[in-house]
Ligand binder design. Sequence first.
Ligand SMILES: NC(=O)C1=CN([C@@H]2O[C@H](COP(=O)(O)OP(=O)(O)OC[C@H]3O[C@@H](n4cnc5c(N)ncnc54)[C@H](O)[C@@H]3O)[C@@H](O)[C@H]2O)[C@@H](O)CC1
Ligand SMILES: [K+]
Length: 512
Amino acid sequence: MYSKVVKMKILNAIQLKEVDQLTIAAQHISSLELMERASFALTQAIERDLKDVSGYSFAVLCGSGNNGGDGLAVARMLQDKGAAVQVYLLKASRYSDDNLQNQKKVHPDFIKSFEAGQPPEISKDAIILDCLFGAGLSRPLDESYRALIESINNHPNYILSADLPSGLQADVINAADAIVVKATKIYTFHSPKLAMLLPQHQEWVDKYEVIDIGLDPQAIRQQHVDHYYVTEQWASAKLKARNRFAHKGSFGHALLIGGSYGKIGAVRLSATAAARSGCGLVTVYIPGCGYTPFQASVPEIMVLTDSNNNHIANYPAIKPYTAIGVGIGMGQEGPTGTAFVKLMRSLTSDTRLVLDADALNLLATRQDLMANLPPNTILTPHPKELKRLIGEWTDDMEKIEKVQNFTSLHQVIIIVKGANTMTVLPNGGLYFNSTGNAGMATGGSGDVLTGIITSLLAQGYAAEDAAILAVFLHGAAGDAARKEWGEESLIASDLITSLGKAFQHLRSSRIF
Ligand SMILES: NC(=O)C1=CN([C@@H]2O[C@H](COP(=O)(O)OP(=O)(O)OC[C@H]3O[C@@H](n4cnc5c(N)ncnc54)[C@H](O)[C@@H]3O)[C@@H](O)[C@H]2O)[C@@H](O)CC1
Ligand SMILES: [K+]
């Protein structure tokens, strides 16, 4: 049970091999038995996705290492379940021991050998199971594999990859012209590999599922990593219980500062999301023009207005509030910038703060203000805002490194928004989110996130938990909203409407 609640570490290929060996020793099993376990779990996942495998035919493409060994074992298991299976085994001068063992367990009539340069003819009706290369791929595939991988990618039926899409190296940036399988779905063992989570590799990674293969928790605990994957189990364990005797004062008071003429809606989205995320009270500070629409449409939220009608030119007293979110729809008018500088100077080290949108743009032009940020301030830039803060990057690894340098230098938390949103902590720890979908790439989605984070901060969540959990809930709300409206029709307000489902689901997966 322990392994369900701890953070999921993203292990690299070397660590996976080590944990593999330690698991074998700790559990008194052979490596062949571990392979059998992994293959059984993979077969079950495929069976669950396809409902019943007996009506399907599979072409299982196997390499010479343990990824190929998995393929051979899964082929046998699928056959036992009544599927029509043909194995295509890559010719090699040497096969791994467990691969050879599994070759012996499949009847030779069902194994055809082939050379990389001469891709096999595969029936269009078959589902391809890609077990050519996994985490052991030591360098990019060379040209001799191009025809093979292209023939797989042109296959009209489903393409399922075991552990990694063959050709993708697990822990490095893969060149844009790398030869990589484009799988319909990847079933990856233990944890997603770093390469699967980087935006640069999106062309090769669509759907994926993590398959638990029962690796030894103690062995995993020994591995030093700074990359984690946020699972539902972990997020649910972080969700605080709500005291039955609570009153509205128990859950904090969030203040959201932002809005400008034509962008009052952004603050409304943030504030409503904050109210829907559990905090007791929400107040907004907006320019005068927002007063009437705000009061008329969201009765739950208290409104303070600036003396200026169209944009913020002053800032409110921040003392009464347990957390503050600044920047949503705020604009960068001269007086707004001046007020922002004054606000930054009024902060104390215990102010719980989120900076978004124009607050980040203003901050980027005044990096001297970084020194005024309370420790663990949360910054939520989109890619352009991030560039203004940390400068350009050449690839995703450099981006990660620059963000880590920035967060540790300034002791802040940065949320890098996108698919698999990354939350980077002051100690360099990086958390990849596991929820969300492309429907959320819509105006106002970020404003909703800022509202959720500010709300969790206001309730007393530790800043790192507020950031990671808010990103998870935001994505989970997006997934719930997609079920109802689909990706195309999804708008930011739907995320707010769906937040209840996200919270309920997460709470229901808690043990207590
Ligand atoms: N915990 C684990 O690590 C487990 C791993 N298992 C499987 O084992 C896989 C790793 O197995 P291996 O380490 O044997 O590695 P792979 O099977 O991923 O690939 C290694 C084979 O590919 C060849 N190769 C490597 N790079 C190449 C290149 N650029 N061009 C051509 N050939 C190349 C090697 O010579 C070797 O024969 C995992 O991906 C997973 O599928 C599972 O069996 C069970 C548990
Ligand atoms: K593979």
